[in-house]
Design a binder for this molecule. Structure first.
Ligand SMILES: [Ca+2]
Length: 187
């Protein structure tokens, strides 16, 4: 009996930490206070719905990606990172009060001109945008640094048909990598 239980528990644990990739937690949408979207970039080349700029995701060994083989490289030729874009009502019903965008960054220059950008589009036109600069947090080169940025929507009437885009903007022209993104929409 104990052995059987052990096998069952092991099975549950294995399925809980199953394959890497993109996860969206969407149970009981109306009850849920948060929608959490994670992306470790390992499946980006397969083109994930809601994500753009997959050409910036590369297999990298110098530096090693923060997870797996793949991370997003921004530099002088790609200022904009791997890019999350979704219509508000497709995330879940209702309108989020805020979004946080966290993850890991690896910079090759200290204090790069590097920011997380949140675009709000209305009818395919830019309606508003917000920036969260990370330069002061990225003082150390050559290591992965955790970051978290927050965007509040209470200053504008965000509507279900509007579109939210979140990405990193690297204006330093030097290589800055990003990996293991987590976006949390709070309602
Ligand atoms: Ca990765």
């Amino acid at each position: 009996m104990k052995i059987l239980l052990l096998f069952i528990l092991t099975g549950i644990m294995l399925s809980a930490c199953s394959k890497p990739g993109i996860k969206t937690q969407t149970a009981d949408l109306d009850e849920q206070k948060e929608v959490v979207i994670t992306n470790d970039m390992e499946n980006a080349k397969g083109v994930v719905p809601g994500w753009l700029n997959e050409n910036t995701v590369i297999a990298t060994k110098e530096p090693f990606a923060h997870s797996g083989e793949y991370a997003c490289l921004t530099d002088d030729s790609n200022q904009y990172s791997y890019y999350y874009k979704e219509i508000v009502k497709n995330i879940r019903s209702g309108v989020p009060k805020m979004a946080t965008f966290s993850g890991w960054v690896y910079t090759t220059v200290p204090t790069p001109n590097f920011a997380i950008i949140c675009n709000i589009n209305d009818n395919a036109k830019l309606y508003d945008w917000k920036a969260y600069p990370l330069d002061k947090e990225l003082t150390k080169t050559g290591k992965w640094i955790a970051f978290s940025s927050a965007f509040y929507f209470d200053d504008l009437p965000l509507k279900p048909d509007m579109e939210i885009g979140i990405f990193a903007w690297n204006q330093s022209k030097k290589p800055v990598y990003i990996d293991d993104i987590k976006i949390t929409f709070s309602y």
